[in-house]
Design a protein around this ligand. Structure first.
Ligand code: TRP
Length: 360
């Protein structure tokens, strides 16, 4: 790149991503992907496969991680993200991200990184003890680089990611103050206008942060075997929902409409009047059985998933088609990320010459 390229649209940018951990399920859909599908038109959208992040805890499983990367793209496509409307990006082929990670690590006190509650939680939940890799906490710094490489204005994420966005905002402010002369009292929204390289990005947290799994108790998660996958058949969906525990005994018992089953009713039955009617009848104990409601919910979920399964089937077995989509998105990503890196290097007196990134 000889001169910095300008981006093709004036829309604000969003960047979000997933760590490849296996197939996506309904919890991912209602918690984040659905919203991305809605946002892909309003924004210049980038969606990242954080495949290096998968190595933080699974560096011994490169084959699995590679397979999970391709599966995640299949799921995105199935759920309605479109490569023409949002760039699907492979993190490890955007070198600017790795370079910015190294740089931003210099701007953050070590203790500040370790104070991140999401990191602390993960250490506990995944039983990492004191044996995590150096790269594990570094991924939090890496995530700030994922976002800032795109100079994203907004980051659509679930609640659990908010501490990462907070860290990102700190990095952006510090960089802009230290190297771009932005005043420390400047409003976050004014940083770019005042000459800062980085916008101070906002977390955009969706409304349904947490879909209960089919056990009726825990958050839906593959590792808890309480997930409905988009590849599940109508029959499998019915069977999984059949096991959902509500504690209610008889169709004439007064039902609790705040139970897990009714979260499903409200989330998946599109007819608002029908939802109200079910809530009323359930609460009143009007001879309406849980089994009956589960069948109705299963039908609604099946209707939602049917077109997804069809779209997904088109890409089944064809890895090259997926890789081509990723290459395309990653090429777009490198245009902006290289531009950002050059701006950052210029500001920090690290720009000695320029370079080209070429995907062959
Ligand atoms: N940490 C996120 C997760 O596990 C994935 C992620 C990586 C991400 N980089 C990102 C999300 C940048 C938003 C923005 O879900």
């Amino acid at each position: 790149m000889t001169a910095p390229m300008t981006t093709t649209t004036a829309k604000p940018r969003i960047l979000t991503g997933d760590t490849p951990t296996g197939q996506l399920h309904l919890g991912h859909y209602v918690g984040s992907v659905k919203r991305r599908v809605e946002l892909q038109d309003k924004y210049e959208a980038y969606i990242l496969i954080a495949n290096m992040h998968a190595f933080t805890t699974r560096s011994d499983k490169p084959d699995e991680i590679r397979r999970d990367c391709l599966e995640i793209v299949r799921d995105w496509l199935a759920m309605g993200l479109e490569p023409q409307r949002c760039a699907m990006v492979l993190q490890t082929e955007v070198p600017a991200i790795a370079e910015l990670t190294y740089f931003f690590a210099m701007l953050l006190p070590f203790n500040r990184v370790m104070r991140n509650p999401t990191l602390k939680d993960e250490i506990k939940v995944k039983n990492l003890g004191e044996n995590y890799s150096f790269g594990f906490p570094l991924y939090a710094v890496g995530q700030t680089a994922d976002i800032l490489a795109f100079r994203a204005h907004s980051v659509p994420v679930g609640e659990d990611q908010v501490p990462h966005i907070e860290l990102t905002r700190e990095v952006a402010r510090r960089f802009n103050q230290m190297y771009c002369g932005v005043d420390e009292h400047a409003e976050d929204d004014d940083h770019e206008k005042l000459g800062g390289v980085f916008p101070v990005p906002k977390a955009d947290v969706g409304t349904i942060g947490r879909l209960i799994g089919t056990d009726g108790v825990n958050k839906m998660s593959k590792s808890l075997s309480n997930a409905i996958f988009i590849t599940d058949t109508h029959k499998q969906i019915k069977k999984k929902l059949g096991k959902l525990y509500t504690g209610r005994q008889n169709p004439t018992d007064l039902g609790d409409i705040n139970n897990a089953l009714f979260q499903y009713v409200r989330t998946f039955i599109p007819d608002v009047e029908r939802v109200k009617e079910l809530e009323r009848a359930y609460a009143a104990g009007e001879n309406i059985g849980d089994g009956h409601i589960k069948v109705e919910v299963a039908d609604a979920i099946n209707e939602l998933l049917e077109p997804m399964r069809e779209r997904r089937a088109k890409y089944e077995g064809d890895d090259q088609a997926i890789i081509d989509i990723l290459e395309d998105g990653t090429r777009k990503a490198n245009v902006i990320a290289e531009q950002t890196l050059l701006m950052a290097k210029d500001a920090a007196k690290l720009k000695f010459f320029e370079r080209d990134i070429v995907l062959k």
